[in-house]
Write a protein of this length. Structure first.
Length: 562
C-alpha cells in the first residue's frame, strides 16, 4: 500500500510539474510578446532546432525549379545553340502569335524580372548567379521578339521602372563597378561575372535598337551606362524642372537627394605601416590580403563593399558612411548617425571594422570608438572599452538563427547596430530590464538613462566630432552638421530645459548635500558649454555664402549648398 500511494503521489507531482511547466511557458511567451527582450543579446532558447543548411537547401530547390521553368520558356521562344546566334527578328515568329505574346507579356515572368533586377547587391547576385544568368537569358531572347520588346521597355505599373532602360542598366553599372574598383586586389578577373556583365550589355543594346525605330516622344527615359568600370554611381535621368525651392527647405531635404558617400583613402604608408588609428592594427599588419589563401576572402569582401553604395541607408534621419582603404578592402572605418527621436539623435558614432582570415566563416571584428577615451558607455550593448555585444558578432550567446553564419554580411551588422542598439529607450536593452517596461519604475529609470545619453551624445558625438572629428570623415561630418544645424541648435535648447528640470528635482529632494552641489555645478557648466557650442554651430553655418561647392562621390559630382 505504501509503495502504491508513493507511486500515486509521484504521478501527482509529475502532473503538477508538467502543468507548472506549461504555465511557465505560456507566461514566458506572453512576456516575450508584450515586451522586447534585451537587444542584441539573443532571446529564447539557445537549443533551437533551426537548421540553416536545411533552409538554404530548400531555397536552392525552389530556385532549381524556377530555373527549369525559365529555361523551358527560353527554349520555346527562341531556340539557339550559343548566345552569339542571338539577333533581332524582323518578323514575328509563326509560333509566337498575338495570343501567345500577350500570355507571356502579361504573365508573372515580367514581374519576376522586375523583382530580381531591383536587387543591386553584388554579393547576393553572385550567390545566386545561375538564377540571374537564366533570368537574363530569358530576357535576352524576349528582347529579340518584336512583340515582346514593349513589355520589357515600358513599365507595367506607374510606379515601376523600365526593365530594359533602367533596372538592367543600373545592374550592369553595379556589377561593372565591382570589377573596376577592386581589380588590383582581386588579382585574376572573375570570368563568370565578366560573362554575366556581357550578357546584360547585349540585352540592353537590343532594347536601344528597338527604340531607334520609334518616335522620340514615345521612348522611355533611360539611365546612362557606365563607359568605364571606375564610375561607381549611375547618372539618373534628368528630373522634370520644378519651381525654385526655398533655401531652408532645400537644406533640410539635402541628405535625401545625396548619393552615398563611400570614400577611399590611404590608410598605409609606402612601408606598409598604418598611418591612421585602428583598433585591429596588429591583426591587419600580420595578414597578407594578397596571398593565394586569402583570395576567396578578398572576393567575398569586395562583393559586399560593391553592393554598399546601393544598400546602405542614407536619409535625413539616419545614415551610415563607410571609408575603405584604397589598397586593402578588409580594413574599414564606419560612421553611423544617430536616428531621430532617440537619445542618439544627430550624433555621429565611429566604428572600426576588420575582416579576419577565416571570413566569412567567422564574423567581422568590430569596435566602438566614440567612448570619450573610455569614459562613456553609450548603451548596454556598447561598452566604454569599445566592445559591442551582439549575438551576430559572437560576443553574446544567442539562438542559432541569431548567430553569424557564412550567409550573413557586414551590412546586417551595421543595420543591427543602427536599428537595434541606437534605439528610443536603450535602458531596456539590458537583459532583465524589459520586465520594467510599462511600469512607473521603468519609465523613471529609462528617462534618467536617456538624459545621460543625450548629454553624452551632444558632448562627444556632436561637439567633439565637429571640433576634432577624424580627417577621413571630415567632409561627411561638415556636410552632416551643415544639413542638421538648426535641428542640433533646437536639440541643445531642449536638452537645457531637461537639465534644468532635473536640477530642480535634485534641489527639491532631501539629498542636497555633496551630490546636490555637484549636480548644480554639472548643470551650470554643461549649460554654458551647450550654449557656447550652439552659438559656434550657428556662427559656422550662418556665414556661409550662397555659392555651391561640388563633392565628388564615386565618379559623380553633386552640388551641395555651402
Amino acid at each position: 500500500m505504501c509503495q502504491r500511494s508513493k507511486r500515486r503521489r509521484s504521478r501527482g507531482r509529475s502532473v503538477n510539474d508538467a502543468e507548472k511547466r506549461q504555465k511557465l511557458i505560456r507566461k514566458n511567451l506572453s512576456t516575450a510578446s508584450s515586451s522586447s527582450q534585451g537587444v542584441g543579446y539573443g532571446r529564447g532558447s539557445t537549443k533551437s532546432q533551426w537548421n540553416i543548411s536545411k533552409t538554404v537547401e530548400e531555397r536552392l530547390l525552389k530556385e532549381e525549379q524556377l530555373i527549369w521553368l525559365l529555361n523551358a520558356l527560353t527554349a520555346y521562344i527562341y531556340h539557339f545553340t550559343t548566345p552569339n546566334y542571338l539577333h533581332y527578328m524582323e518578323n514575328q515568329p509563326v509560333h509566337l502569335g498575338p495570343t501567345v505574346v500577350k500570355e507571356i507579356g502579361e504573365s508573372a515572368v515580367i514581374e519576376l524580372l522586375e523583382y530580381h533586377l531591383n536587387n543591386d547587391s553584388v554579393f547576393d547576385i553572385s550567390e545566386h548567379m545561375e538564377l540571374y544568368q537564366t533570368l537574363f537569358e530569358a530576357a535576352a531572347v524576349m528582347s529579340m521578339v518584336p512583340g515582346l520588346v514593349p513589355y520589357l521597355i515600358y513599365p507595367k505599373k506607374r510606379d515601376s521602372k523600365s526593365i530594359a532602360k533602367n533596372l538592367a542598366v543600373r545592374l550592369y553599372n553595379t556589377m561593372a563597378s565591382y570589377e573596376g574598383a577592386y581589380r588590383t586586389q582581386l588579382g585574376s578577373p572573375d570570368f563568370q561575372l565578366t560573362q554575366f556583365i556581357t550578357k546584360i550589355k547585349l540585352y540592353v543594346q537590343a532594347a536601344h535598337d528597338y527604340e531607334s525605330n520609334i518616335p522620340f516622344e514615345n521612348q522611355v527615359p533611360s539611365i546612362a551606362m557606365c563607359e568605364t568600370p571606375e564610375l561607381h554611381v549611375v547618372e539618373e535621368e534628368k528630373p522634370v524642372p520644378s519651381p525654385p525651392i526655398p533655401k531652408e527647405v532645400f537644406v533640410e531635404q539635402a541628405s535625401d537627394v545625396e548619393q552615398l558617400y563611400e570614400k577611399e583613402l590611404k590608410f598605409f604608408d609606402e612601408n606598409g605601416e598604418l598611418i591612421v588609428p585602428f583598433a585591429f592594427r596588429k591583426e591587419a599588419k600580420n595578414l597578407n590580403p594578397f596571398s593565394e589563401t586569402n583570395k576567396e576572402r578578398t572576393k567575398r569582401i569586395a562583393k559586399e563593399l560593391a553592393s554598399m553604395p546601393n544598400t546602405l541607408p542614407l536619409h535625413a534621419s539616419n545614415s551610415i558612411y563607410v571609408c575603405v582603404d584604397e589598397a586593402r578592402c578588409d580594413i574599414l572605418k564606419v560612421l553611423i548617425s544617430g536616428p531621430d527621436d532617440t537619445p542618439y539623435q544627430n550624433g555621429l558614432f565611429e566604428f572600426d571594422v576588420f575582416f579576419p582570415t577565416n571570413y566569412p566563416h567567422s564574423p567581422p571584428k568590430c569596435e566602438f570608438l566614440t567612448t570619450a577615451d573610455g569614459k562613456v558607455r553609450f548603451n548596454p550593448n556598447l561598452y566604454s572599452d569599445g566592445k559591442i555585444c551582439l549575438s551576430v558578432l559572437g560576443t553574446w550567446e544567442g539562438r542559432p538563427e541569431e548567430k553569424w553564419n557564412q550567409y550573413c554580411s557586414l551590412l546586417q551588422i551595421l543595420i543591427s547596430i543602427q536599428g537595434l542598439i541606437f534605439s528610443k529607450e536603450p535602458y531596456y536593452n539590458e537583459p532583465g530590464y524589459e520586465k520594467h517596461q510599462k511600469t512607473e519604475k521603468g519609465r523613471t529609470h529609462s528617462k534618467k538613462y536617456n538624459l545621460q545619453i543625450e548629454q553624452a551624445t551632444f558632448l562627444y558625438a556632436i561637439m567633439e566630432q565637429l571640433e576634432r572629428g577624424p580627417k577621413y570623415f571630415q567632409e561627411v561630418i561638415k556636410r552632416h552638421f551643415w544639413i542638421k544645424r538648426q535641428a542640433i541648435i533646437d536639440q541643445a535648447q531642449q536638452l537645457i530645459v531637461k537639465l534644468r528640470e532635473e536640477y530642480e528635482e535634485i534641489e527639491k529632494s532631501k539629498k542636497r548635500g555633496h551630490a546636490g552641489s555637484c549636480a548644480t555645478m554639472s548643470y551650470r557648466q554643461l549649460q554654458t558649454n551647450i550654449i557656447s557650442n550652439s552659438k559656434q554651430i550657428y556662427r559656422e553655418n550662418s556665414d556661409k555664402s550662397e555659392k555651391n561647392y561640388t563633392l565628388k562621390v564615386h565618379g559623380r559630382k553633386n552640388s551641395v549648398p555651402e
